[in-house]
Design a protein around this ligand. Sequence first.
Ligand SMILES: [Zn+2]
Length: 338
Amino acid sequence: MQIIYSEKQADHQPRWEWNFGKKNAYPEKTARIRTIVKELNKRGMSQIIRQERSFALDHIHRIHDPEMVRHIKSCANMPEGESAYAHIFPYRTYTPHPKTNMIRAGYFCFDVGTTIARHTYVAAKSAVDVALTGAELIAKGKEREVFSLSRPPGHHADRRIYGGYCYFNNAAIAADYLSKGGKVAILDLDFHHGNGTQSIFYESSHVYFASIHGDPRDYYPYFCGFKSERGEYLGHKMNHNVPLPKGVDDAAYLAELDKVLTRIKRFTPAYLVISMGFDTFESDPVGDFALTSPCYHEIGARLRRLGPPVLAVLEGGYAMKELGVNAANFAEGLMGKE
Ligand SMILES: [Zn+2]
């Protein structure tokens, strides 16, 4: 077992988001990674923590439109303290000709909560590298379990549109990388539906996607994550959504997890990629389930027992006081520690 993280995520510090007209403090903070690493070190896991290595942009371009990647990169030229929030969402048939980052933002973004600033590109690229470093260790057979602490998260990012604090889809890029070595199943356990990942592989027969999440009738991303979305063309029946009501507890959650793991086993994947969110926690300020800290150990243990090598990629989780404990519990479950 290895845990991968990057120092390069630290300067990506959006200050606020718009949420139904209200200006809120941005919950996706630099301190999220720091608190996780601190807890892992406290539990004696410093030996298995390592930094990412840098991968070629080609891996990102296989999943994302280079125009969107260029837009995010171009924001690195913005003055310190300035942020590009979407203001206008043009028809998708138009071309992204506006020359300023500020105007162009809405062409590549689907919400008003996700901003880009000077340090976003470096952080988002490093989050991909963190996921790919883990994928490479698994593809080469050097590790059977890796936990990649990618930040910013990725599962809301689609091919040519970002949102939900996500820019590049770290888990999707890692799954694509691993798919060269066999079939891949992606299981999204963040509180929110992984709309970007679903969309990217919606017509794929090689990558299975399943997600357990808060019912989109009530929760972000609202417009997808329903049971009826089952994949199309070659990907028909390769997409499985499990929307759940608010307040789901450990027992109910683990029962749903087992059902999904049974389906995944039938698909006989060579690799399992987990979009691991901790906003399912009972006191998370963003999510609305009621999982307790010990449940994350159990989730990790069940994923390990399934059989295929597991790459877990960090997504959300905003309860700052307990995030470190929850992530470390998960890591210990995944590595087979009792
Ligand atoms: Zn989430």
